[in-house]
Structure formats: structure tokens, C-alpha cells
Write a protein that binds this ligand. Structure first.
Ligand SMILES: Cc1cc2nc3c(=O)[nH]c(=O)nc-3n(C[C@H](O)[C@H](O)[C@H](O)COP(=O)(O)OP(=O)(O)OC[C@H]3O[C@@H](n4cnc5c(N)ncnc54)[C@H](O)[C@@H]3O)c2cc1C
Length: 291
């Protein structure tokens, strides 16, 4: 029998006070889809679980109020809410599409945006697309707020940059550059609701003469965290988006990925697939940009 005390604060202030009182013996819970499994497996054994469900104001999707183009998504938004939101589909189609790839609707209705990101599983779908779009996360505590980029937030295998007393309250995702095309490709040879074997997100902006004006590429499931493929970006930036250059950029990811051997495939196989799916993601992004 797993024993713990469940707390359901009605405000962030109450949640912070509970975190202060119970310290390391407390864990916050959003959808519970990851935390409850960890508790059942005895990987997490908090004496106090602080449910965020009743905390208001954390489940909105809204256009940025600070003048920057993009969307602010509350950490408690259900992943299905993001996948189906007309605002997200219009303003950030890559994000809506990426969340449609997470597990099954049953999981997506329970799992929150914030819970997924804090969980830090390197095979999750959202991080590559959020890195490719330059998303940032707001962490709030009793003493204030700080903003961390998506890629800096991911520290290691299941380790993310949440400090004691902090709660992830929202993420900001900037709009993709004008004229860009974006793609998220998830390679999953087993079942349609599995975690990715390899995943790649690409946002590419072709300019005059098909020269690459801007590019962001990130991969998932092939390292201890999602990986920002800056080397591949450098190969493309300022150069024509030819088949040859795209192949060279895609080949470079093999040097930065570090996949594990597991039942989804050997590390060598995943390294090969990382190259193949990077190439396809760049090509798909270009096609989506109308090239
Ligand atoms: C069967 C199954 C299949 C899945 N398949 C996929 C998949 O294909 N792709 C994919 O991307 N994901 C997949 N997932 C993972 C799923 O996305 C995560 O379980 C989910 O995102 C966690 O969200 P949650 O709200 O339930 O988090 P919780 O379980 O509530 O919390 C997860 C962690 O985050 C912490 N936390 C939660 N919210 C906050 C917050 N606001 N601030 C600070 N800390 C917080 C908790 O303390 C805990 O450590 C799958 C999960 C299951 C169970």
C-alpha cells in the first residue's frame, strides 16, 4: 500500500506554502499520468502530493500580451486541448500537430503541457518542436519568476530545471518566421500510440534564390534529452537549400545523437534513422513553405 497525503490548493500561493512546508517530501501533480506510474513503481515516494487541478488561471491558451507574436500556453492545459485548439492550429500548426502525436486521446485528456515538460522523458514528442520554435518556460515560486529556454530546461535523462519551491506556470511559443515551413516527423515502427524511436522537428525559412534564411532543427528519443542540432543548422544557414546541402546537414546529426539500444532498435539503427528523418523533416518543412 502506498501512503501519501493529497493536498488540493485553490491558488498558487497555497501551493507554494505547501511546497515550503513539506519540502523534499512533496511533489506537485498535474494530470498524474507520469507521477502516479512512478509512485506505483516506487521510483517516487512523496509523502505529500500537491494536486494543481484546482489552481485557477493555468489552463488558458492566449495570444501574447507583451507584443511579441506567439502564444502563451498555461502549464495545466491538457495536451488534447493544445492538439485541438483552433487558435493553436491557426497560429502554431506545428505545435497542434506535434501534440496530436502524443500517446492516445485518453492520455492526452489527462496529461498536461507542464507535467510533460517537467517529467523530462527524452522520448516525448513536444520538446523537439518547442526547441525548433524557440519556446521558453516560466517558472514561478513564492519569490518571483524566471524564464528558461526549452533547451536549457532539459538537463539530463528525466532531469529538468525545476528548483525547489518552483512551479512551471506557462510556456511561451513564438510564431514561426514569416515564409517558413515546419514539420514534425515521428518514426514509430511498433504501434501508433508508442513513444518515438526517432523524432525530428524542423522549421526552415527559404529566401530568394532558395537560400536558407533561417533554420531550426531538433531531435527527440536519440539522447538523454531532446537535442538542438545546431551543427546541421550551420551547414544550411546562408546556403542554397539544395539536395546536396540538405544531405550534408542531415548526415551531421549522426555525430550529435547518442541513442540507447532498446526494444525499439539498436543504437546504430536509430543513428541511421536520425539522419534519414532529419532529411525528410527538412524536405517536408520546405514543401510546407511552398517550395
Ligand atoms: C501509456 C502512456 C503513453 C505515453 N506516450 C507518450 C507519447 O507517445 N509521447 C509523449 O510525448 N508522451 C507520452 N506519454 C507521456 C505523457 O506525455 C506524460 O505522462 C505526461 O506528459 C505527463 O503529464 P502529467 O500532467 O500527467 O504530469 P504528472 O504525472 O502530473 O507530473 C509529471 C512530473 O511533472 C511534475 N509536474 C507536473 N506539473 C508540474 C508543474 N506545473 N510545475 C512543476 N512540476 C510539475 C510532477 O511533480 C512530476 O514530476 C505517455 C504516457 C503514458 C502513461
Amino acid at each position: 500500500m502506498i501512503e501519501f497525503e493529497l493536498h488540493s490548493p485553490n491558488s498558487l500561493a497555497e501551493a507554494f506554502s505547501l511546497l515550503e512546508t513539506y519540502g523534499e517530501d512533496a511533489r506537485v501533480m498535474a494530470g498524474g499520468t507520469a507521477l502516479v506510474l512512478q509512485m506505483k513503481q516506487r521510483l517516487a515516494q512523496p509523502g505529500h502530493v500537491i494536486s494543481l487541478r484546482r489552481v485557477g488561471g493555468l489552463n488558458r491558451i492566449e495570444e501574447s500580451a507583451n507584443g511579441s507574436a506567439g502564444l502563451k500556453i498555461g502549464a495545466l492545459c491538457a495536451q488534447q486541448q493544445v492538439a485541438t485548439s483552433p487558435l493553436v492550429k491557426t497560429k502554431l500548426p506545428l505545435v497542434a500537430e506535434t501534440y496530436q502525436h502524443v500517446a492516445t486521446p485518453r492520455i492526452r485528456y489527462m496529461a498536461s503541457v507542464g507535467g510533460g515538460l517537467v517529467h523530462g522523458d527524452p522520448s516525448q514528442d513536444p520538446p523537439p518542436s518547442l526547441i525548433a520554435l524557440g519556446a521558453s518556460l516560466t517558472l514561478t515560486s513564492a519569490s518571483g519568476q524566471r524564464v528558461v529556454s526549452m533547451e536549457d530546461f532539459l538537463i539530463d535523462y528525466y532531469e529538468t530545471d525545476v528548483q525547489p519551491g518552483e512551479i512551471l506556470t506557462d510556456i511561451f511559443i513564438p510564431s514561426a518566421p514569416a515564409g517558413s515551413g515546419a514539420a514534425y516527423l515521428k518514426f514509430l515502427p511498433r504501434t501508433a500510440d508508442d513513444y518515438a524511436t526517432v523524432a525530428v522537428a524542423a522549421v526552415v525559412t527559404p529566401g530568394p534564390g532558395n537560400v536558407c534564411q533561417d533554420v531550426r532543427i531538433a531531435l527527440g528519443a536519440v539522447g538523454t534529452t531532446a537535442i538542438h542540432a545546431t551543427q546541421a543548422e550551420e551547414i544550411l544557414l546562408g546556403r542554397p537549400l539544395t539536395e546536396e546541402n540538405i544531405r550534408a546537414a542531415s548526415a551531421s546529426v549522426k555525430d550529435v545523437v547518442d541513442p540507447l539500444d532498446d526494444y525499439r532498435g539498436s543504437a546504430d539503427y536509430k543513428r541511421e534513422m536520425a539522419e534519414v528523418f532529419t532529411r525528410r523533416a527538412i524536405q517536408q518543412a520546405l514543401a510546407n513553405a511552398g517550395r
